[in-house]
Design a protein around this ligand. Sequence first.
Ligand code: ADP
Ligand code: MG
Length: 295
Amino acid sequence: ATPTAVMVATGKGASLGVLIKGGNALEKAHKIKTIIFDKTGTLTKGKPSVVQTKTFSKIPLLELCDLTASAEANSEHPLSKAIVEYTKKLREQYGSPSDHMMDSKDFEVHPGAGVSANVEGKLVLVGNKRLMQEFEAPMSSEVEEYMSEMEDLARTCVLVAIDRVICGALAVSDPLKPEAGRVISHLSSMGITSIMVTGDNWATAKSIAKQVGISTVFAEIDPVGKAEKTQGLAVAMVGDGVNDSPALAAADVGMAIGAGTDVAIEAADIVLMKSSLVDVITAIDLSRKTLAKIR
Ligand code: ADP
Ligand code: MG
């Protein structure tokens, strides 16, 4: 496209809340045949909340949640925020101060798996099966059963281990963005195939994909794996998280959700300022129209 056409299109985009970072992004967007969507915070609202809890040992629920929230306190992950918030509410119900947090040391993020921290001398692990395996915390059949029960309900089951013993789980539900299904079917009518990738487990992933009408799913994928999935011709990636940034950078066109993390926004070629999935269509339309004009 000519510099003028690019300027007009990026200006139009900006007025619609679609930030296009230059002519290259605009040109590549019109060729897109496949769009890979991240699940959490992209297809879903990214505002998860704890909907059910379970303890697998005699540990009181409040103590379990206190340790969990203290381990998660330094994390920006939506799941962490949900857990901290739930714990605050729980403490209020028990008539305790809601801002109680225990001393936490050696906090570490394990991308696509969870967090670990030393809370008052105890090793607290909060995350999925992969995290538990990494730290050699054994999974009992009771834990396995509870997990799959929650996952079949499209919930993410967050496991909590204390000193490598899985003591409890928090089931988290993250509602779909209302426009998600509509956008996927519109993209299909434009000749674009939608795929979902997520670090979350297979059962939850499949259940979410079914709800939005996506038939190709890749679950339990780490950030590097997400980037590898974008390695094809004419592939766009839509994501919001730190864990999506390698994929956003690697894809032909990376589109970041405006409400997402700064790292994702920086890695992307296009930023959807309103965080609405409808603007994935807006961006491609704009690109197709701009490039059609100069043909
Ligand atoms: P997505 O790809 O869906 O955006 P992530 O890659 O961020 O998800 O996380 C994948 C999975 O790893 C989550 O579904 C969860 O099981 C686990 N996980 C990641 N971060 C955390 C955390 N801070 N606390 C608990 N679990 C986590
Ligand atoms: Mg995400």
